[in-house]
Design a protein around this ligand. Structure first.
Ligand SMILES: NC(=O)c1ccc[n+]([C@@H]2O[C@H](COP(=O)([O-])OP(=O)(O)OC[C@H]3O[C@@H](n4cnc5c(N)ncnc54)[C@H](OP(=O)(O)O)[C@@H]3O)[C@@H](O)[C@H]2O)c1
Length: 293
């Protein structure tokens, strides 16, 4: 194993678990940690080293991947649970959770102030649980040019493509733009199907007419197929999708983005009705059944 990057993956939810599995299968020595122990234990059975704490996981790591829910979780791992202090000098921290612009800039200041020997790479991903499992993510990477080669084996292990988009923070900006498009496509599907229902049409008839349409991307086609089966099991939860729209709106004058603003209000109502843990396509059901979305 000499000469290979030693990788620590912190956060083994729907995305992190699949990514850690692919890093392991790529032959990189991999240490894993998760707040609740079961996902780490499962990866341990596949050959990963299981750490008891973030600090233990990163002590000898060349590259540390964080993949958790939001900025609070990232900061809690990095500071309260000792990750940042325990990282070796020269190690790379690939922060791959979607946490937005302000929090990424806060992290950059934290690293510069407390651990200037650590290199922060802001690298959220496009693609959901399915693409994560199939190693088809797109890594939206940003950070110093000189570490690209060192982090490439890890990004190549989790994704089909890495796009370097600029200095640290640019990756998070691109990610928010990407996810706003995704939110609108999801909302377009939901409103279109709900309109069909309101016009007295059978949902299957509307779905059938959309099949093969140039308006329907491969992402949308897969979502429509799942909606057709009333399958709202989470690929990308409504709560996470709403988090990302709100992260975008936080950075801009909301009056300039009124449609995104009302989409966020509508989705918040659906989350308040208990639909946040379902796939974001559950907005379709909420609108069709007038569940308050
Ligand atoms: N799902 C997607 O389609 C998708 C696509 C691209 C990007 N993302 C982004 O990737 C990130 C992870 O998404 P996911 O789908 O993997 O989410 P998920 O399945 O809900 O997993 C969340 C992970 O975060 C951990 N976590 C939450 N709060 C924590 C805390 N305070 N301290 C330590 N660990 C904590 C959870 O640990 P426990 O297991 O202990 O709860 C779990 O490992 C999010 O930022 C999301 O926006 C998701």
């Amino acid at each position: 194993m000499a000469g290979q990057q030693r990788v620590a993956v912190l956060g083994l939810g729907g995305m992190g678990r699949a990514m850690a599995g692919n890093i392991l299968r790529a032959g990189l020595p991999t240490v894993v940690w998760n707040r609740s122990p079961d996902p780490a234990r499962q990866l341990g059975e596949q050959g990963a080293e299981v750490a008891d704490s973030p600090a233990d996981a990163v002590r000898r790591a060349d590259v540390v991947v964080t993949m958790v829910t939001d900025a609070d979780a990232v900061v809690s791992i990095a500071t309260d649970r000792g990750m940042l202090a325990a990282m070796p000098d020269g190690a790379i921290w690939a922060q791959m959770s979607t946490i937005g612009v302000a929090a990424t800039e806060d992290l950059a200041r934290l690293v510069a102030g407390q651990r200037p020997g650590v290199v922060l790479v802001d690298a959220p991903v496009a693609g959901s649980r399915g693409p994560a499992a199939q190693r088809k993510l797109v890594v939206l990477a940003s950070g110093p040019d000189e570490i690209r080669d060192r982090v490439a084996p890890v990004f190549d292990a989790v994704g089909q493509r890495t796009v370097w988009v600029g200095p640290t923070g640019a990756g998070s900006r691109v990610k928010l733009a990407n996810n706003l498009l995704l939110a609108f496509i999801n909302e377009g599907i939901a409103e279109s199907l709900a309109l069909g229902r309101a016009l007295g049409l059978d949902r299957a008839a509307v779905l059938g007419a959309m099949q093969g349409s140039p308006l329907v991307s491969s992402w949308a086609a897969e979502k429509l197929e799942r909606i057709g089966r009333d399958d709202y099991s989470p690929q990308y939860t409504l709560s996470l999708a709403l988090k990302d729209v709100n992260l975008a709106l936080r950075e801009v004058d909301v009056d300039r983005f009124p449609v995104a603003g009302s989409l966020a209000t509508e989705w918040q109502r659906a989350v308040d009705r208990g639909l946040g843990a379902e796939d974001l396509t559950v907005v379709t059901r909420a609108l069709e059944e007038n569940l308050g979305a």
